[in-house]
Design a protein around this ligand. Structure first.
Ligand SMILES: Nc1nc2c(c(=O)[nH]1)N[C@H]1C(S)=C(S)[C@@H](COP(=O)(O)OP(=O)(O)OC[C@H]3O[C@@H](n4cnc5c(=O)[nH]c(N)nc54)[C@H](O)[C@@H]3O)O[C@H]1N2
Ligand SMILES: Nc1nc2c(c(=O)[nH]1)N[C@H]1C(S)=C(S)[C@@H](COP(=O)(O)OP(=O)(O)OC[C@H]3O[C@@H](n4cnc5c(=O)[nH]c(N)nc54)[C@H](O)[C@@H]3O)O[C@H]1N2
Ligand code: SF4
Ligand SMILES: [Mo]
Length: 694
């Protein structure tokens, strides 16, 4: 048996993994063993043999022969597959223009720079990703205040950590250890979360709010900080634009009023504000996407971000730092650039995406753009990891994809999204491919192949490079071949692919960014005013035309007029991460799906009593957008009035319940975490719910 060292590739955390291989097959995996001790893996990583050898893996390039969506395909060669793609994409480009081809990447991040480069070289402005519903809105909210990319907390030096929503024991398991080490160091922790999670349990203060009310809470904290003169006057005077308007606005949010809005106790809000502003340096640990999964999410997050500048915790040791330490970048890794100036999809609907700027198109409304040929006909989709279940009302997207001239999906699995394609290409997992990993502290490593790919699966970057070559695109980096592309990516680090191949433990790259703080003393903020914008000049531009407010205003999602609350009295919160699931991907792994054989609909026992539903009852959940079935599970972690369901499950899809037009008007993000529903007991489990066992 041979032991190989790789990095788990199921989520972006990339935990180091030891893989035991016998006769060319993985027989077991464990977290990297160092000094006789394993670093451990989460439940998904531990089950990854069932991921690699899943019976739903796509083994060969497959061409559709039956009706769209029927799942009838025939095996073709890679040669034929490449020819088909070149022919179809070029045909659409000639007939309708390059912009009629959409390039799309699902959750995986590692091949995005190459895919974007491919879209650019093809001359389409339409490169988009799953981040139309993920990190991008958080990043835009940050940029609207500070101009640059998000500054993370300097955890090594912070004295107070404001954990604004992250159940990191579930969503970023390795961070759990860091969190415990903070506790041991005596760091004070304030957690904001509607539920008593494993993470929240260890905090000093828990602000237990109703989902989607984060903005009101942040404004109340600002109210206390300003009223009690706890803010950093010098920083605010010198570096903040719009402080007076902001100060007047936050006066409307005294803690007692905000207790009514959020459900968090007014005294605790005061205590948290004093601790965050007083026990400095303080850092805010962000949520990747939870805060922006609401129709008021962008403004809510702006309100949270303003607290950093208000208290002078911006870019200082122990605060939110612009750069955590010495790093050397990879070319284009983490800074994808859109070169094409043509109108991209989503640009008309959500202009701040492009003003702030964001380097990708906004595709939450992709289905409508395809079906309505708005803003222009979209005829082909070249996708890598497209999973329609991530969108609200996913069947609408399936329908739209079914009307395209050409749709190709490169995937690991025969998902329903793959079955809708004209051509399906088999992708590799990290066990089967080479991948550059930029690690902490300026280290680089190469994830090396542990086993040969299943069937004829290929590395996504190799597929892109080969297509670019065959299309004779005018981009030397892409058409120069795989090795040359990988060396280009590595160039700034001073390392080569060969260096990394011969040093499996990794190598240190050149230090390009030495650690700095208070960067604003030397260079203005990258906003229109050159200052931190509590009142955003980019939003100001759209005040008349779109009704955008330059201040981080709070608008309560419950005051919407789209849904009749008498009919749908409960708040629906979907997608709070569970350790064993990853969107739609993990339900096909028996070890993991066995932990929840039927979709769990978490309700508070009080609501159970009100609606005559017992723990374990089969239930139907209905919203104005659709319905799903699952099993009611009593949970006292949240407050009454809110229902929690995870998404991506074929047996009962929570995204069927979210209206595809229920979007944040600034960013186009769906209100996944504050829509409305009702629940009813089912006489028996029907439809796609197959078992009542939990
Ligand atoms: N196991 C697992 N890990 C994952 C993923 C996965 O699918 N599975 N997905 C990854 C992805 S794509 C992302 S974007 C990140 C997301 O990561 P984050 O955005 O950091 O979110 P979570 O850590 O899931 O935090 C969820 C917590 O938010 C609380 N919450 C729900 N609604 C609200 C609200 O309106 N306000 C506040 N303040 N809190 C709220 C929930 O109770 C829950 O405890 O996770 C990543 N990690
Ligand atoms: N209701 C609700 N919906 C949500 C969310 C929520 O909280 N609630 N969260 C949203 C968020 S934050 C996100 S990020 C999205 C995530 O949504 P998705 O992008 O759908 O995420 P995944 O299912 O993890 O990955 C997409 C596909 O990529 C494939 N894949 C994995 N690795 C590779 C690879 O190396 N190559 C190729 N070619 N394919 C690969 C997987 O098999 C999978 O089918 O979902 C969003 N949808
Ligand atoms: S957190 Fe889990 S799924 Fe993500 S890389 Fe680590 S072991 Fe893999
Ligand atoms: Mo995400």
């Amino acid at each position: 048996m041979e032991k190989k060292q790789i990095f788990c590739g199921i989520c972006s955390t990339g935990c180091p993994m030891d893989v035991y291989v016998e006769d060319g097959k993985v027989v077991s995996v464990e977290g990297r063993v160092e000094n006789g001790k394993s670093r451990g893996l989460c439940s998904k990583g531990a089950a990854s043999k069932q991921y690699l050898y899943n019976e739903e893996r796509i083994l060969y390039p497959m061409k559709r022969v039956g009706e769209r969506g029927s799942g009838e395909f025939e095996r073709i060669s890679w040669e034929e597959a490449y020819d088909l793609i070149v022919e179809n994409l070029n045909r659409v480009k000639e007939q309708y223009g390059a912009k009629s081809v959409v390039f799309y990447a699902g959750y995986p991040k590692w091949y995005r720079p190459a895919l974007l480069r491919f879209a650019n070289a093809f001359e389409s402005p339409n490169f988009c990703t799953e981040s139309s519903t993920c990190f991008q809105a958080s990043d835009l909210a940050w940029k609207s205040v500070y101009g640059n990319g998000i500054c993370f907390p300097d955890l090594a030096h912070t004295k107070t950590l404001l954990l604004w929503t992250s159940n990191l024991f579930h969503s970023n398991t390795p961070m759990g250890k860091m969190y415990r080490s903070l506790k041991e160091r005596g760091v004070k922790i304030i957690a904001v979360d509607p539920r008593n999670t494993v993470t929240v349990k260890e905090a000093d203060i828990h602000l237990k709010i109703t989902p989607g009310t984060d903005g009101a809470l942040a404004l109340a904290m600002a109210h206390v900080i300003i009223e009690e003169n706890l803010y950093d006057k010098e920083f605010v005077e010198k570096y903040v634009h719009g402080f007076e308007e902001y100060k007047n606005y936050v006066r409307k949010f005294p803690p007692e009023k905000v207790q009514e809005i959020t459900g968090a106790d007014a005294d605790l809000i005061r205590e948290a504000a004093r601790l965050y502003a007083g026990n400095k340096p303080s850092g805010i640990q962000f949520s990747v996407s939870t805060i922006v999964h609401h129709i008021n999410g962008f403004q809510n997050y702006r309100a949270v971000f303003c607290l950093i500048a208000l208290t002078g915790n911006y870019d200082i040791e122990g605060g939110n730092r612009s750069r955590p330490g010495p790093t050397s970048p990879c070319n284009e890794f983490g800074k994808v650039i859109r070169y094409n100036e043509e109108e991209a999809i989503g640009e008309k609907d959500f202009p701040v995406w492009f003003d702030l700027p964001c380097q990708e198109a906004q595709c939450t409304r992709l289905a409508d753009y395809i079906l309505e040929e708005d803003p222009y006909p979209l005829k082909a989709v070249f996708a890598m990891g497209l999973n329609h279940r991530m969108w609200p009302q996913p069947e609408h997207l399936q329908k739209a994809l079914g009307t395209l001239d050409f749709y190709v999906n490169t995937e690991l699995f025969w998902s329903d999204s793959s079955k809708m394609a004209d051509l399906v290409l088999p992708a590799c997992t990290t066990f089967e491919r080479e991948e550059v990993k930029a690690l902490r502290g300026g280290m680089f490593a190469l994830n090396q192949r542990a086993v040969e790919p299943v069937g004829e699966a290929k590395n996504d970057i190799e597929i892109i490079i080969e297509l670019a070559r065959r299309m004779q695109l005018k981009d030397k980096v892409l058409t120069g071949g795989y090795e040359s592309y990988m060396n280009y990516i590595l160039e700034p680090s001073g390392l080569t692919l060969e260096d990394l191949r011969s040093h499996p433990a990794g190598m240190r790259g050149k230090v390009i960014f030495p650690p700095r703080e208070r960067t604003y003393e030397d260079e203005p903020f990258h906003t229109l005013s050159g200052k931190v914008e509590f009142s955003s000049l980019v939003l100001e531009k759209y005040k008349e035309s779109r009704g955008y407010d330059p201040l981080p205003v709070y608008k309560d999602f419950r005051e919407q007029d789209q849904v009749d609350r008498k009919e749908y009295p409960l708040i629906l919160n979907t997608g709070a991460r569970k350790p064993q699931f990853f969107h739609a991907r993990m339900y096909r792994l028996p070890w993991l799906s066995g932990l929840e054989t039927n979709p769990m609909v978490e309700i508070h026992p009080d609501d159970g009593k009100t609606y005559g539903i017992a723990d374990g009852d089969p239930v139907k959940v209905t919203s104005p957008a659709g319905e799903m079935q699952g099993t009611a599970v009593y949970s006292i972690t949240g407050n009454p009035g809110v229902v929690y369901i995870y998404h991506g499950n074929k047996k009962g899809e929570a995204n069927n319940l979210i209206d595809r037009n229920y979007l944040d008007p600034y960013t186009g993000f769906p209100g996944y975490k504050s829509y409305f529903c009702k629940i009813e007991k089912q006489a028996e489990v029907t439809g796609n719910a197959v078992s009542t066992e939990i």
